[in-house]
Design a protein around this ligand. Structure first.
Ligand code: HEC
Ligand code: HEC
Length: 286
């Protein structure tokens, strides 16, 4: 994690400890930020008030639940701080696009992150039961994220060896990830189409060198012999696979569920101003 990441985690953690969750008078914020922050507070209060920590649910108990999309939207407010209100992440791959991912995959990944199977110190605290909530919240947020339309402008590779990439993909990946990178819900195989190139590279390497501890051992075998040129070529090709048109957002789409979200370059809303300092009480007149 570089310094920006560390700073961002601190900011995110501070956001979940906003003053409205503390036993002290609520500061009088002004301007459009106030409604966002109060919304965030209410939502955080709601998820924090959920079931107690350490209820390690397994995938099977989550996938059978009927998702409530409205609640998923409320839970998603916390995720939006990093993944963005649209769920598109960042084209530089720091944050993955999660919009449109298969709900089965989202649930598995959230549980893996929660269980420490993925090297993701930035998101880890937000995946804990205390913040994210129990099985129903997991099912709800995953279903909500799956409904979000995907960015038409994901980060692409350099485009130098796409023919090799296409061949490698057909021979080594398509059986599992699908002809068009659409994934496989029953087997919890991620959709890859539309994902940011640099994120694909980071995950491919994490799977290859075992840093993703609960990854697919068949895939690990399949990619063991890839050299760096082949890896780049295949992932470049993957970054250019287009999701089906019905999963794509229209040009310029912004998520109407979060009209007051403050879009900063880093995706982090500014912190609330410090409460005003009370005027000094005059001392006794000598
Ligand atoms: C503090 C920032 C942060 C917050 C808040 C956050 N995430 Fe993440 N998330 C990340 C980062 C960074 C990654 C990629 C980690 C890596 O490189 O392995 C990630 C990865 C993921 C993945 C795996 C994607 C994939 O295909 O590999 C899913 C799913 C996900 N997040 C969902 C969520 C949901 C749902 C929430 C809200 C409950 C959430 N995230 C909140 C930073 C965050
Ligand atoms: C035997 C089936 C299988 C094969 C073959 C396979 N994969 Fe995978 N792949 C998976 C599964 C399952 C996962 C999810 C692992 C997990 O749950 O952590 C995955 C995850 C990934 C991810 C991470 C995606 C994300 O959103 O986190 C990338 C990138 C990836 N595969 C690329 C490839 C490429 C490129 C090939 C071909 C060179 C390939 N895979 C071959 C099954 C496979």
């Amino acid at each position: 994690m570089d310094r920006t990441d560390t700073k961002k985690t601190e900011q995110c953690i501070r956001l979940t400890r906003l003053p409205c969750l503390q036993p002290q008078p609520r500061p009088r914020w002004q301007g459009p930020l106030a409604s966002l922050l109060i919304g965030l507070c209410l939502s955080a209060a709601q998820v924090i008030a959920g079931p107690p920590a350490d209820a390690a649910e397994d995938y099977e108990s989550v996938i059978v639940l009927t998702p409530n999309i409205d609640n998923g939207r409320r839970v998603y407010l916390v995720c939006a701080v990093c993944h963005g209100p649209e769920g598109w992440g960042t084209p530089d791959g720091t944050y993955p696009q999660i919009a449109g991912q298969l709900r089965e995959v989202i649930i598995k990944q959230l549980e893996d992150i929660r269980a420490g199977n993925r090297d993701n110190p930035l998101m880890y605290p937000f995946a804990l039961t205390r913040i994210l909530g129990g099985p129903q919240n997991l099912a709800d947020v995953a279903a909500y994220v799956e409904t979000l339309p995907m960015t038409p402008h994901n980060g692409l590779g350099p485009g130098v060896d796409l023919e090799l990439g296409e061949r490698l993909y057909a021979d080594n990946c398509a059986d599992c990830h699908g002809e068009r990178g659409e994934g496989n819900p029953g087997k919890r195989i991620p959709a890859l189409a539309g994902q940011h190139f640099i994120y694909l590279v980071r995950q491919f390497e994490a799977i290859r060198n075992g840093r993703r501890k609960n990854a697919n051992s068949e895939m690990v075998k399949q990619i063991a012999g890839f050299n760096q040129g082949e890896e780049m070529a295949v992932l470049d090709y993957v970054s250019r696979l287009r999701p089906p048109p019905e999963k794509m957002a229209a040009e310029g789409w912004l998520n109407p569920d979060f009209p007051n979200f403050v879009r900063e370059p880093l995706g982090v809303p500014p912190l609330p101003p410090a409460p005003p300092v009370p005027p000094p009480t005059p001392g006794p007149i000598p």
